[in-house]
Write a protein of this length. Sequence first.
Length: 517
Amino acid sequence: MTRRRGPWTLRTRLVVSAVTLIAVVAAVIGSVTTIAYRSYMYGKLDDQLNSIAMRASKPPLGAGGPMPGGAQQSDDPLAFVDARGLPVGAFGAVLSDGSVTESRVVAESTTTPGLGTEDGGRPMTDAQQSALEAADTPVGGGAQSIDLPGLGSNRVKAVMGPQGTTILVGIPAAEVSAALTTLILVEVCVTGAGLIAAGIAGAAMVGVALRPLSRVAATATRVSELPLHSGEVALLERVPEAEADPRTEVGQVGAALNRMLGHVGSALEVRQESEMRVRQFVADASHELRTPLASIRGYAELTRRGREETGPDTRHALGRIESEAERMTGMVEDLLLLARLDAGRPLSHESTDLSPVVVDAVSDARAAGQGDHHWRLELPDEPATVYGDPTRLHQVLVNLLANARTHTPPGTTVTVRVRATAGHPWVTLEVQDDGPGIPPELLPHVFERFARGDASRSRHAGSTGLGLAIVHAVVAAHGGQVEVVSVPGHTVFAVHLPALPPVAPHSQQGDRLSTLP
């Protein structure tokens, strides 16, 4: 499986772009320099070849007259090869009917006058002659580059000799080729070293140039880590003024981010004010409704129990008034509790062992359920001690058990377990049932206020939709977490609370596992 490479950072792209641009410029300069130097060197070599060709095409001097280099007049068409001033490797060859009939190569520099064929020149080999014969070198044409075995690259030119013969004049180009090779090697090495230096320097310079952008990103990161979804948020993070100058590109980003943070801060303040007004209204309304509801219940009960004879319809109506008033009173109490928790009112914290709380709550749920469910307890050997409000923790467990009892059919097994491990920072309280489960579309919203299930978790009693919201709020006020996992046949509500070390041995020993019918 091919691993997909991640995108390049801005720093990498800038450095690579700069180094690539430098490499292109260096390649162009190097190419132009190499071409110009090659033209210059081959121009000088061709000038030297033309000088030798002119010497080969001149007729011999008059009788008795000296030849160049101090030699006497001779009919040898290759006498110019033995003259002084020719470089080692220069050669001459007589070409007749496309075949080389005579040839001579300068084997060493001629320093003594005379022909000196034995000391200064030697015949060409058959392979070298064959290479000359294969080359198309017309008389009067320009110089050509020909590779000869053993002699390397040569510049060759054909001229007409004094006796009307065709003479091929050649001069070695090895020095020019070596010079070009050296130049190219130097250019490659210098360019490579320059690119490495440019990459290092560019990375450092780009890093310095991008520091303001890094500080802008750091500000955005700190803002993203703030809990902006709820509660009162003081959005004080801003990009420093040095990085918010609109005259620079980074400053434009910083200034735009500051403006956005200002708008977000204003929106959060408006949201917080609106939430506070709603919470205050709920708290005030709940508080004010408690007295009228208590009066309604009292008068209904007083009327129903009065001395005056009432008919069955009236008694039924009064009973329903009492029932609905009691239900509404529970809802008002729940709303008032949520409002107080939202306002951050402190709870009464003390060292609390969850095991007795669980036993009491399960006993109450068993009695309220009239034996329709099977209840199981799984408690640890040692005390599961937390630092919290025992009344509110009891309410958390009562709400979870009521949720399991209400939204599961008769015969469902509900298991309540407490897990506490020595040295572990959390105590976990779980309520598990093997009922039909929570619908997947409702699962993300079960802890929201007034969230209700559908027919898959049928209710035999009324539900306000506030029970699990109270569980979440109380657990959060204790610094804990609550989560739910649900599939058909397996639903678990897990409450995690900060643990305290045990202060005394528990009154019961051994693993406590009990089943309540």
